[in-house]
Each structure stands twice: as C-alpha cells, then as structure tokens.
Design a protein around this ligand. Structure first.
Ligand SMILES: [Zn+2]
Length: 335
C-alpha cells in the first residue's frame, strides 16, 4: 500500500497511530562537512505523509506531535522516522509535513519527468540520471553534447505544456497488469512491495515512479534551463587543464623518484615500485632516468679509476726510465 503522501501529495497534516519505536542512531553531516552521529529513535507509524527518500527525491521533514523528524527512510513497505524523543507505540499522533520543502520537491520532480519526456520526444535524448537538489536539479542526458538550440527547443516545449495546464495523474497498477509493460521506468527497487505506481502527464508521458507530484503542470509555474552548454564547455576546459597539470606533475615525480631510488644506500640495481596513478610513461621516465644515471655513474667510475691509476704511477718507486726525472726533482728541492 502506498503512503498517504503518495496517495494525496497535497495533504499537509493528519492523525495516525505509532506502531513501534526503537533506539537508533543517525549519521548526519554537520556544517563544514564534519560527520556527526545522533542518538535517537526510529519510529514507525501506521501510515505517513512524510515521504521517505527514494526515486531520486529527497525525504521530507516535518513533525510528529511537534517532535522534529530529522530523516525519513524506506524499509520495504514501511517508513522509518528518526526522532530524538521516543513516542509510545499505540498512541495517536499528529503528523505535519514541512510543506515548503515538500512542494519544492513536487515541483522539481514533476518538472524532471516533463523535461525527460520532452528531451526524448524531440531529440531522442534519454535521461541517464537525475537528482533533485536544494537549489537546482540536474538531469543527465545520454549524449556527449547538447546544443544551445536543442536546450532552447526543449525549454520552449516544456513551458508550452506548463501553459497548457496539463493534468498529472497517479495510478496504481497490480504487478500483473498489462499496462505495466507500457510504462517507462528505471526498474523497481529490490524490496519493492505492493502495486506499481504510474505517474502520467496527460498526452506526454507515463512513468513508473514512487515520488510525490503536482496534480497539474500549472503548479510548475515555469522552467528555465541554465546556460549549461557554456557551463559544460567551461567544465571540459577545466578538466583538460587539470589533466595537463597532472601529467606534468607525474613526469616531475617520476624524475624525482628515479633519483631518490638511485641515490638510496639500499640501491642494489633492482627496484620494485607501485604507484596507482603511474602510467606507462611514468615507468619509462623512471627507467630512463635510472639508466642515464647509471651511465653517468659509469663515466664517473671510469674517470675515478683513471685518476687512481695516475696517482699510483706517481707514487710507484722510480723505474729505470724515470730515474732522471726523479733526480731532477730532488735536485730542485735541494737547491
Ligand atoms: Zn519520478
């Protein structure tokens, strides 16, 4: 059975009964990105109008008897409401939804269905992923690039359908209903229970979805695509620059690594090195650097040996042929 929030997405408060309440913890991200674990309770109600996160739609906020609900998650056919105050099983409670947050989600979710359908109808662009955010929603289309003209055409068609005030209807079909085959959707979650929910924008699109939706496109007020063609270009350029910088740094690192390996006291001529980012060029640079350093060493060794030989010669007892020089040398010293 669907939750009240799915059967009537415009309901803002209702009365229900607490089924269970058990101790639980909630991991949250405090401001500044620091993780925080809160102690509290998972409360299950007979029914709920607080939407549990799912289908790309964030969960609702609200209250149960004026106690704040900090998170709503779905567990099979039921919803877990996280609170920091316990609630007695069997008691009747008043549930209220944070309407501003919810209505925003409804607008964005229905808007996503509409844009996804229009992008597919006009240009065959399939939606691969989407996400509803606090400030903006993102719809990812399966194409390496979308032109500004395509974006403008999608935007124009979407806004026309909003002005046409097309109704949005939600139906529930049993799993064996032949109608299920005719609706699009990105698959059902593994723990899906009960009938299939189908959201239809009249004359435009039918889609399997668990989210909350507006009942008429006129509630969307309007749709504006950001100038994302430029944004994508900027992103691509930044990525290219980062890749170039990364490559340069990796090259420098390879030279440095080779030198420090070669000058290590433990150097034995064989080395094993693993670096996740190291590509074949990284390895080649190291091999070449070690090689050229070995050449330099060989040259230095040859020079050293040559020097030693000359020094040895100088201190050797004077041979017959050198006697004259020796004498001259002594003579000078003596004089
Ligand atoms: Zn949906």
């Amino acid at each position: 059975m669907a939750f009240l929030c799915q059967r009537d997405s415009y309901a803002r408060e209702f009365t229900t009964t607490v089924v269970s309440c058990r101790p639980a913890e909630l991991q949250t991200e405090a401001s500044g990105g620091k993780k925080e674990v809160l102690s509290g309770f998972q409360v299950v109600l007979e029914d709920t109008l607080l939407f549990p996160e799912g289908g790309g739609q964030p969960d609702d906020r609200g209250t149960i008897n004026d106690i704040s609900v900090l998170r709503v998650t779905r567990r099979g056919a039921q919803a877990d409401h996280f609170t920091q105050t316990p609630l007695s099983p069997g008691s009747h409670v008043q549930v209220r939804v944070d309407w501003e947050r919810r209505f925003d989600h409804m607008q964005q979710h229905s808007g996503q269905h509409l844009i996804t359908a229009v992008a597919d109808l006009l240009f065959g662009l399939k939606t691969t992923s989407c996400g509803i955010g606090r400030l903006r929603s993102v719809i990812e289309l399966d194409s390496p690039s979308v032109t500004a003209e395509q974006v403008a055409a999608i935007e124009q068609s979407v806004n026309q359908k909003i002005r046409d005030r097309l109704p949005v209807r939600v139906r529930e079909l049993s799993l064996d209903d032949p109608g299920v085959e005719q609706v699009r959707g990105r698959g059902l979650p593994d723990d899906h229970a009960g009938p299939i929910r189908v959201v239809t924008i009249e004359g435009v699109d039918s889609n399997m979805c668990c989210g909350t939706h507006v009942s008429n496109l006129s509630d969307l007020q309007g749709c504006g695509a950001e100038d994302h063609v430029e944004a994508v270009k900027k992103l691509q350029n930044t990525t290219k620059l980062l890749q170039k910088n990364n490559l340069n740094l990796l090259r420098d690192l390879a030279v440095h690594t080779a030198h420090s390996l070669r000058s290590s006291p433990a150097w034995g001529g064989v080395v094993t090195l693993h670096r996740k980012e190291g590509d074949s060029e990284f390895m080649n640079i190291i091999a070449n650097e070690i090689g050229s350093e070995s050449d330099t060493c060989r040259r230095q060794n040859t020079l050293l040996k040559e020097n030693e030989r000359l020094q040895d010669q100088a201190t050797e007892p004077a041979s017959q042929s050198d006697q004259h020089k020796d004498v001259v040398w002594r003579g000078r010293r003596g004089g």
